[in-house]
Design a protein around this ligand. Structure first.
Ligand code: 1CP
Length: 333
């Protein structure tokens, strides 16, 4: 059993921790690689470098899992939609050519993402991963759909506009779900031991549309991961009702964002919980960080809990603060 799995099964009283975006811009060793590799997609598809970046945080911190260095937007990329990352602007996607996209077959798709699968295989064999999980991931269907339609990070008022053409969207959603399953399957086959589904834009949708765009397609993916005997963590950031989400989508673990009241969740949800701490606390002072981390640890003391943040580590975080947090969590009892 890995540290993380022991921890969520309450088979040991060791606290477990990993952090969303634990690999990335706040680490000088990542920035060094990044500065020599301007094309972000190419970097994700460089199996040696992406495997190296994946283990970088494990060399520094006593964290219990690695998450493969990749991006949720490799899915539209592998379906033939152009994807570029512009400095300080975030992702920019090209037009969708649905005709061309419908003609992409499974083999071509897997071929394009082969370096991700090879990076997972490589990473699994590294000493740093001993007794630790390697987390594979995808974007949730809704979040992928939004990026594909909006062609960049969305804002609140973009949504109505983008959701107008219902038939097209239904067809597109079907393609997305089909290929997300293929991508998940290949990550598991290559050695990913847990899958996390990131629904970063769940909070943008109106409740009335949850069934169609969030609950149904995500549940389909969750069932697929479970059928592969692999635990699945869902992170529906900003969703209005986590309890309802859990009862409908039924993930193995629910990852909460920083706006969720941890006390209420701990009292109303009976599956393992992950995360919650606002990543801004890693930018403030140590005492405040400690007090807020302790709040989560106290609340979830007797429950299965994976310590994590309520969203990713911010680029201006001092790695020393991350080290302080990891040590505090590991030593808490
Ligand atoms: O410029 C750079 O150097 C790239 C920054 C960066 C990094 C380090 C991007 C661009 N993606 C990643 C890696 C990444 N992305 C990981 C792997 C490693 C890890 O967590 O340690 C993961 C899991 C993701 C997932 C991802 N990509 C999400 C879901 C999680 C989240 O943050 O909400 C999303 C929304 C993306 C899209 C994306 N990728 C990158 C950017 C700048 C964005 C846009 C974010 C936004 O729209 O706000």
């Amino acid at each position: 059993m890995t540290v993380l799995q022991n921890c969520i099964n309450k088979k040991s009283n060791v606290n477990c921790i990993w952090l969303m975006r634990q690999a990335g811009r706040y680490l000088p060793e990542f920035r060094e690689i990044r500065s020599k590799n301007q094309d972000f997609i190419e970097l994700c598809l460089n199996e040696n470098l992406s495997s190296e970046i994946t283990v970088q945080p494990l060399r520094r911190f006593n964290i219990d899992a690695a998450i493969i260095f990749s991006d949720i937007l490799l899915l539209p990329f592998a379906l033939g939609q152009p994807v570029k990352f512009k400095k300080d602007l975030g992702p920019l996607l090209g037009e969708i050519n649905f005709n061309k996209m419908s003609k992409v077959n499974e083999m071509q798709f897997i071929d394009k993402l082969k370096p991700v699968y090879n990076a997972i295989k490589k990473t699994k064999d590294k000493a740093e991963l001993k007794n630790k999980d390697l987390i594979g991931f995808v974007g949730a269907p809704w979040t992928i759909l939004i990026y594909m339609l909006n062609q960049k990070s969305p804002k609140n008022d973009d949504i109505e506009l983008t959701l107008k053409d219902k038939k097209f969207i239904e067809d597109l959603l079907e393609v997305i779900v089909r290929y997300l399953k293929i991508h998940i399957n290949n990550q598991i086959e290559s050695g990913a031991t847990i899958i996390q589904i990131f629904d970063s834009w769940a909070g943008l949708l109106n409740n009335k549309d949850y069934d169609k765009y969030i609950y149904n397609p995500t549940k389909d993916l969750v069932n697929f991961v479970k059928s592969k005997k692999t635990p699945v963590i869902c992170f529906p950031k900003g969703i209005s009702d986590y309890k309802n989400y859990v009862s409908l989508v039924k993930p193995d673990v629910i990852s909460i964002d920083y706006n969720v009241d941890p006390k209420k969740i701990s009292e109303s949800i009976d599956i393992p919980v992950q995360g919650g701490l606002n990543p801004n606390f890693l930018i403030g002072d140590k005492e405040e960080l400690k007090a807020n981390a302790k709040k989560y640890l106290d609340i979830f003391k007797d429950k299965p809990y994976i310590f994590n943040l309520g969203h990713g580590v911010l680029p201006n975080t001092d790695p020393g603060m991350v080290d302080y947090l990891v040590k505090f969590v590991k030593n808490y009892s």
